[in-house]
Design a binder for this molecule. Structure first.
Ligand code: CP
Ligand code: NVA
Length: 329
């Protein structure tokens, strides 16, 4: 069956079939090649896109803006609207749906992005909520396709750290969809919500995926990619002390990379990352708790197997694919 995503929202990849996800990844690769060839696009010509941000961002905002501009769309960035304060989500969605051809939302609650999609009448894209970060994991899979010499359904992806955050959840979901071997390594208290794990394990049976969790870092053995994320996500800043205690043994080090036994294993991170003391938050944590490198050492972050900046670039190409596929001409 040909894939047609026109008019669809991207709230979580749970709502997309494996074929639809593969379609988005292939489209992103094509759009990337087109940009590299210097071809100006017009697939979003005459479209207007609004970007709603409750939480901060560098990559996601810029990726949406550049992707839109590349294909001829106009963009409004909105971080101080009436939404939820003087105007309900429902009314805001109805208003924005009259002006715009697509709405991106980054914020706290998954219900917010779902309500916007319910009432806007145009595609709504989840640019990160507490629960999911679907556009990020599309970029992650494109990066794996580019740097791991295996089809995705032969890849072992190991996520180490806070396995119950938006990244842990979303990487598990896309792995289950695409038949990957996903291993989440974390202390048990940071394993994802049981219902979601059950759902993904059930799905895995139909796609050939394998979904596993372990507390033991020896489970990195055979990994093709090691992935980590910050120990404390946006909105959880009061959790630093507890997380440092829980996650210090799970920091990605060169020793952990060696434990994979795979000299070609790549390192991935959605970014931003606390790998050195070049940030005010990083320095604050260092002064308070004496931790200079948090989820990954500077050595791994900067090593030749670290593909984090290719991954960051791929945010733009994959977000472009999402917008073109769902709201393009
Ligand atoms: N990875 C990611 O979403 O980055 P930003 O927070 O900078 O958008
Ligand atoms: N888990 C992180 C991801 C940032 C891109 C957060 O939510 O802050």
């Amino acid at each position: 069956m040909p894939v047609n995503l026109k008019g669809r929202s991207l709230l979580t990849l749970k709502d997309f079939t494996p074929d639809e996800i593969r379609y988005l990844l292939n489209l992103a690769a094509d759009l990337k090649a087109k940009k590299r060839a210097g071809i100006k696009g017009d697939l979003l010509e005459g479209k207007n896109i609004v970007l709603l941000f409750e939480k901060t961002s560098t990559r996601t905002r810029c990726a949406f803006e550049v992707a839109a501009f590349d294909e001829g769309a106009n963009v409004t960035f909105l971080s101080n609207s009436q939404m939820g304060k003087k105007e309900s989500l429902e009314d805001t969605a109805k208003v924005l749906g009259r002006f715009y051809d697509g709405i991106e939302f980054r914020g706290f609650k998954q219900e917010t992005v779902e309500l916007l999609a319910k009432h806007a009448g145009v595609p709504v894209w989840n640019g990160l909520t507490d629960l999911y970060h679907p556009t990020q994991v599309l970029a992650d899979c494109l990066t794996i396709m580019e740097h791991v010499a295996k089809p995705l359904n032969k890849v072992k992806l190991v996520y180490v750290g806070d396995a119950r955050n938006n990244m842990g959840n979303s990487l598990m979901i896309i792995s289950a969809k695409l038949g990957m071997h996903f291993v989440g390594i974390a202390p048990k208290s940071l394993f994802p919500e049981e219902g979601l794990v059950k759902e993904m394990k059930k799905l895995a049976k139909t796609t050939g995926a394998k979904i596993e969790f372990s507390e033991d870092i020896a489970s990195v053995k055979g990994a093709d990619a090691i992935y980590t994320d910050v120990w404390v996500s946006m909105g959880e800043e009061d959790q630093f002390e507890e997380r440092i205690k829980l996650l210090t043994p799970y920091r990605v080090t060169m020793d952990m990379m060696k434990k994979t036994g795979n000299p070609d294993c790549i390192f991935l991170h959605c970014l931003p990352s606390f790998h050195d003391l070049e940030t005010s938050v990083g320095r604050e944590i260092y002064e308070k708790y004496g931790v200079a490198e948090q989820e990954v050492t500077d050595e791994v972050f900067r090593c030749e197997r670290s593909k984090v900046f290719d991954e960051a670039e791929n945010r733009m190409h994959t977000i472009k694919a999402v917008m073109v596929a769902t709201a393009g001409r």
